[in-house]
Write a protein of this length. Sequence first.
Lengths: 361, 361
Amino acid sequence: MRKIGIDQLEDIALGASLLGAGGGGDPYIGRLMALGAIQDHGPVTMLDPEEVPDDAFIVPIAMMGAPTVLAEKGMMGDEFRVLVDMISKYYGKEVYGVMPIEAGGVNSMLPFVAAARLGLPLIDVDGMGRAFPELQMVTYTIGGVKSTPMALCDEKGNSTIINTVTNKWTENLARALTMEMGGSTSVILYAMDGKTMKEYGVKNIVTRSEQLGKAIRTIKEGRGTPQENFLEVAEGIKLFKGKIVDVLREVKGAFNIGKVVFDGINEYKGQSAFVQFQNENLACTVEGKILATVPDLICLVDTETFIPIPTDQLKYGKRVLVVGLQCYPSWRSEVGIEIVGPRYFGIETDYIPLEERAQNV
Amino acid sequence: MRKIGIDQLEDIALGASLLGAGGGGDPYIGRLMALGAIQDHGPVTMLDPEEVPDDAFIVPIAMMGAPTVLAEKGMMGDEFRVLVDMISKYYGKEVYGVMPIEAGGVNSMLPFVAAARLGLPLIDVDGMGRAFPELQMVTYTIGGVKSTPMALCDEKGNSTIINTVTNKWTENLARALTMEMGGSTSVILYAMDGKTMKEYGVKNIVTRSEQLGKAIRTIKEGRGTPQENFLEVAEGIKLFKGKIVDVLREVKGAFNIGKVVFDGINEYKGQSAFVQFQNENLACTVEGKILATVPDLICLVDTETFIPIPTDQLKYGKRVLVVGLQCYPSWRSEVGIEIVGPRYFGIETDYIPLEERAQNV
């Protein structure tokens, strides 16, 4: 158990935006909301997963939809109270604590808003170890955990409880409601007991985000060059370095879908590469050869500051280092690949671990 | 209190299809399901509204979406059990009885399916006294009754509870879910106590359907011509008589929207008329002059058998009598006209009661 104050929160936000692998939107809005909540209510108590009793009833807190929409329309303020009350009443159980469902911009921060405002502890665990675009894409699905009963509400006061026969149906129904409600909603799903969380969750991911954030912030203090330091703390494999020459983007079914194209710089001069994305980055292709795909993390960072760049901030001329990070091990299982492998996203290649692909370059 | 067996049910189905004013789809599928349920479980007990205690918890039963889709994909069979259990658990109250929400094809019959299967009484009341295309269009909305908490489920086993800030939001969210679930769902909304039902419901509407059905069935036994007998029992005003020469139809947001055009026959020879519809008939224009609009009922019946013709069965060449029926009085209030008047449906005219328009022809 430890306290998360404003300094720790800043590092967590920065580190989580790297693990977001392009997704989760601008961390700015989520960070601002979490900072405000901690300023108002004091530091948040963070529990190690092992500190949570097996029978404790715990709930992930997240937003669904486009973070840019959330930034525009805002929240009414008591969404998390509404959600926690709904789910608590529906299950007939008191909520013991909250947790994030994914790393990445807004959704790494909103659980801190809920924890601070509701006076609940936050558990150092999530269901992805990164960010993914759809609700069924969590390690809990690999474990056969049901996503519902789910609670969903908007900033106007509308709310729903959803029960489904598969986690993919949860995605479909919650997405339809979110679009009808104006493009963003607040949600609780995969409510579970402590035992299930410890068995299938990605443990200590918030602490990992904090370490990454701190390392990026102090990148110039290390022994090597900043880039060497960055690759070492991120445990990253360098995939490419280039200048953005084109960004193709469309919004389809509430997803940001597209492709960013680079011309190589420095040691990559004369080469060309591109990264495809659906909210998160899906695959990186250099000189016609795929170097990394989901579920491994493909992260774009600024070549000078190493600040991660979400897909919605990609701009012509930006100089970017493309880095691959190994995903959480259970994503590499057969079921994991079925749920979030390249073919699910329409990329016609088998999944080959990042580090194996790198050896063949 | 009286028992509704197979004979009464046949008359109710026929009469309700007249009050459906073109909507509700082919009564065949709903009638078939209700007949099956009564054959399996015996006659249904129907209560007069005044027999229901003020504090009894009663629920309307209906389907949402396109009846033609329901006919194709069917039901799993225990939807009503799922809905009644959900709503009962959510409110923490036992369900005392069920009721229809509208007259018209399928939705006049499904409450009988639920009543027979669940062994609950059915109450002789509804919320429209006719059929309307959207969920907020009930006399309960005029009375300020909330449509939610609402229960909605599909035939695959997905189910939701919806809470909204307005009855129009209920329509929007339930419609989005229904479309995502494949075009038809089963619903309970406007769950209420006996007192509220007695204050705002359209009372004895099932009995009225039965009387209308019986009259249509025995139309040749009356004193006058069949048409005179029909207009007398229906308390209808003759608007036009013609042959269908064109049907314009499109499906938009899960609604059947369109227009049917007639060339006059007999006393209307040489004249032309058309009826606009959105699931239900909205307005009747004869020789360029509007003779009737919502919320009054515009009903198309066969000129020989006086069997009502739903909008999805309109066909070139069919000979049709167009009849206007006065709507339930509270629809003619200011709030009523706001909810279901001609302008809500995009027809640019003030509401003038049917019988006044008829005097000026």
